[in-house]
Design a protein around this ligand. Structure first.
Ligand code: HEC
Ligand code: HEC
Ligand code: HEC
Ligand code: HEC
Ligand code: HEC
Ligand code: HEC
Ligand code: HEC
Ligand code: HEC
Ligand code: HEC
Ligand code: HEC
Length: 459
């Protein structure tokens, strides 16, 4: 059959006035157009009536501020008392300080609190600021006066970030305590006739807060008071180092101490007449101790002032009449002390220390230990957050190092194996590794805020 329908006949079937006629659908639509705003206005009115400011909110508050969920005006204040969509820095500062970053920053560039601490993004970590909030300045770093010492084109950890300063060319560990890590990390004798032991890193290195006994300690030395200031063994931390706000005493390793980590094997004995060693202290203290020990000894053994000289043979091997000298007690003490100190300064102490004798001085001076407390003064690190990872994973050099001057902290490339973008990695935005606020400049803020439940009428 031939087709009878043509385009024309089909077109004639269409009612050209269809849109003027009411339909069910249109009636519903009209109804909604009127109803929706009415509902909205009603709801707003109701919310205003019950004082729920949630209506303006663009999202849930961060975890730290969740208690402020209903207290919009704590952050959104404005002079006339009306709601302002901008959160004022002053409002933030009325509850807690957020001290400045650096004296040298260009004032005009300093971002508002809310640039970094974004709100209404849900129950998230309000500290997790974006890379851009830092690279805004650090991708073309400017200082208010003079030149900066720091890398000036950092955009992300992957892009433009410099190597750790301690690992840049020609930097050496300035410490003076001699230690050969390599021989101590292999099986080693406890004492000349003692058992062979395998030491671990933690036998010498632990964070301050760790409470556990030390396998190579000597209680006499641990309990002894020393005349040097134990803080003095550390190099002063570089000025301008920002301290993290929360220090738990587990972030950094405490400086190694002779008393807890060396004393059981490295005896400071000074004469065969005594089992005990000299104090581990300044040469003046050691000298006074040695002198006193010999004085006490000779008082108890007066016959010992009769000294028989060694060796009682001549070069031909014939026994000689022993040369006997009878000394005064004072002479005896002086000779014994000189012998003992010869051994101490030239051998015992010198195994670990550099000693120098000033012209005219009778006693040597032990060089300052100069142990480094913060290897990365410009970044944060926390051993506790990495406690699951083996020490040598980050410090492989410690197994082979023969000299104190070797720097054993890991390169940034090591950090980047874990700290990288993406869900399979640890955080890699700037805030993870850096302190921003200079908390040493923190102003105390008098707490004024009342918990919602305590406020009159539960506002
Ligand atoms: C702890 C402080 C704080 C509290 C409390 C707070 N806000 Fe905000 N709010 C902010 C910050 C920060 C911004 C980001 C705006 C800016 O750059 O100033 C913001 C932005 C906004 C904006 C603008 C839209 C946007 O996403 O930028 C609105 C609207 C808003 N808040 C509503 C509210 C309401 C409604 C409440 C109470 C339920 C509230 N806020 C409580 C800190 C707060
Ligand atoms: C009404 C008081 C109040 C105001 C206003 C306020 N905060 Fe807070 N903020 C708190 C309290 C309470 C805490 C939780 C305790 C603490 O860490 O001090 C907190 C915590 C924080 C924290 C630390 C979060 C953490 O995980 O440790 C940051 C960052 C912060 N606020 C930034 C801001 C910023 C930015 C503003 C302004 C937009 C602001 N606050 C306004 C009371 C306030
Ligand atoms: C350029 C980004 C940036 C700006 C701007 C900024 N902060 Fe911070 N803030 C951070 C970072 C990163 C941290 C975490 C490291 C630290 O403690 O310095 C932090 C930490 C904090 C903390 C402590 C968190 C804790 O419990 O350890 C408070 C409180 C805080 N900021 C408040 C403020 C206030 C108030 C302002 C505005 C005056 C402000 N911040 C401006 C980036 C910023
Ligand atoms: C388990 C016992 C033991 C402990 C603990 C120990 N040492 Fe030793 N140390 C030895 C022995 C044994 C030698 C001699 C090894 C050799 O010469 O082969 C030695 C050698 C040394 C040497 C000379 C290295 C060389 O290159 O000749 C120095 C320096 C040294 N130790 C420093 C220290 C310091 C510092 C401590 C504490 C932080 C310490 N030791 C803890 C057993 C120990
Ligand atoms: C086995 C290695 C070792 C031997 C041997 C040793 N010391 Fe030490 N000495 C250390 C270590 C480790 C420190 C670091 C801090 C501490 O133990 O208090 C130190 C620190 C010192 C200090 C403080 C340095 C400063 O910076 O103020 C003095 C003083 C000192 N020793 C004196 C001596 C004298 C004197 C002797 C010999 C009688 C001696 N030491 C033998 C390892 C040793
Ligand atoms: C995985 C940790 C990590 C992250 C993420 C990170 N840094 Fe660093 N940053 C370091 C370490 C480590 C140093 C070396 C510190 C030192 O040598 O004292 C450093 C040094 C710096 C320095 C000093 C540079 C110099 O010339 O000595 C600046 C500035 C800096 N970082 C900015 C940033 C900025 C901006 C970001 C984000 C884009 C960032 N960092 C991300 C670990 C990190
Ligand atoms: C307003 C611009 C500005 C912003 C934003 C900024 N910085 Fe800085 N930053 C500076 C200046 C200026 C210096 C000091 C340069 C100098 O003294 O030579 C500095 C120094 C540093 C240093 C090296 C010195 C130190 O403190 O150890 C680090 C690390 C650093 N900033 C990290 C950050 C991080 C992380 C952020 C983001 C949370 C950030 N900065 C945001 C301007 C800024
Ligand atoms: C994830 C890598 C990592 C692991 C794992 C790690 N360290 Fe470190 N270690 C570092 C970094 C980075 C520094 C430099 C920190 C600083 O001083 O700024 C450091 C510093 C040190 C220092 C010098 C003192 C100090 O704290 O600055 C000692 C000692 C040390 N580590 C020993 C250890 C021992 C022992 C272990 C195992 C229990 C260990 N480390 C595990 C990265 C690591
Ligand atoms: C016998 C004690 C002893 C043992 C065991 C030991 N150390 Fe040390 N370590 C020291 C002493 C003392 C110093 C300071 C002198 C120096 O820098 O060599 C030091 C310094 C360090 C430093 C910082 C100095 C630098 O130049 O980077 C690191 C990191 C370190 N040790 C890691 C380790 C690791 C990792 C292990 C285990 C594989 C380990 N140490 C085992 C005694 C020890
Ligand atoms: C083997 C993987 C690994 C390596 C290597 C590593 N990190 Fe981490 N780091 C982590 C993980 C995982 C966390 C999160 C731990 C936690 O939840 O607190 C972390 C957390 C941190 C933190 C935050 C600590 C805190 O208390 O919030 C800092 C800072 C940090 N790392 C710096 C570094 C630096 C600097 C290096 C290189 C020297 C480094 N990390 C190397 C896995 C690693």
């Amino acid at each position: 059959m031939a087709r009878t329908r043509t385009t024309k006949t089909v077109a004639q079937r269409i009612d050209l006035n269809y849109f003027k006629r009411p339909t069910t659908f249109k009636r519903v639509r009209l109804f909604l157009v009127i109803l929706a705003p009415l509902l909205a206005i009603g709801w707003l009115a109701w919310q205003a009536f019950v004082h729920d400011p949630h209506v303006y909110s663009s999202g849930r508050m961060s975890g730290a501020h969740a208690v402020l969920e209903k207290q919009c005006s704590e952050c959104h204040v404005n002079k006339t008392g009306e709601f302002s969509a901008k959160a004022a820095d002053n409002a933030c500062l009325s509850c807690h300080d957020g001290p400045m970053h650096h004296e040298s920053q260009v004032r005009a560039d300093v971002p508002a609190c809310a640039t970094c601490h974004v709100e209404h993004r849900g129950h998230v970590n309000i500290i997790a600021s974006s890379n851009i909030s830092c690279s805004e300045c650090h991708s073309h770093l400017k200082v208010s006066a003079g030149n900066t010492l720091y890398a000036t084109n950092i955009r992300t950890l992957e892009d433009g970030h410099p190597e750790i300063a301690a690992l840049r060319k020609d930097f050496k560990d300035p410490g003076t305590i001699l230690l050969n890590h390599s021989i101590h990390m292999k099986p080693i004798r406890h004492s000349p006739n003692g058992p062979v032991v395998q030491m671990e890193c933690a036998d010498c290195h632990r964070p301050e807060a760790v409470k556990a006994s030390w396998p190579y300690a000597d209680a006499n030395y641990v309990d002894a008071k020393v005349s040097y200031d134990t803080k003095e063994v550390l190099l002063p931390v570089k000025t301008g180092t920002l301290q993290p706000r929360h220090a738990m005493g587990r972030a950094y390793m405490a400086p190694v101490k002779f008393s807890t980590s060396c004393a059981a094997c490295h005896l400071l004995t000074f004469d065969k007449r005594f089992d005990i060693g000299v104090p581990h202290d300044k040469p003046e203290v050691v000298h006074a101790f040695v002198l006193k020990k010999f004085q006490e000894y000779i008082a108890g053994h007066p016959a010992d002032v009769r000294v028989v000289r060694d060796p009682p043979r001549d070069l031909t091997g014939k026994p000689l009449q022993p040369e006997v000298r009878v000394l005064t007690a004072a002479q005896w003490v002086a000779e014994r002390t000189a012998d003992a100190e010869e051994l101490l300064w030239r051998k015992t102490c010198k195994q670990c220390h550099a000693l120098n004798t000033m012209k005219g001085a009778s006693l040597p001076h032990v060089l300052e230990a100069n142990l480094t407390e913060r290897w990365m003064p410009h970044a944060r690190f926390d051993h506790d957050a990495h406690r699951g990872f083996s020490c040598v994973g980050c410090h492989p050099g410690a197994l082979a190092s023969k000299d104190t001057s070797d720097v054993l902290v890991p390169p940034l490339a090591n950090c980047k194996t874990c700290h990288a973008p993406g869900p399979d990695h640890a955080e890699s935005r700037c805030f993870e590794c850096h302190t921003y606020h200079d908390w040493s400049k923190r102003k105390e803020v008098k707490p004024m805020y009342l918990f919602p439940g305590l406020q009159a009428g539960g506002k």
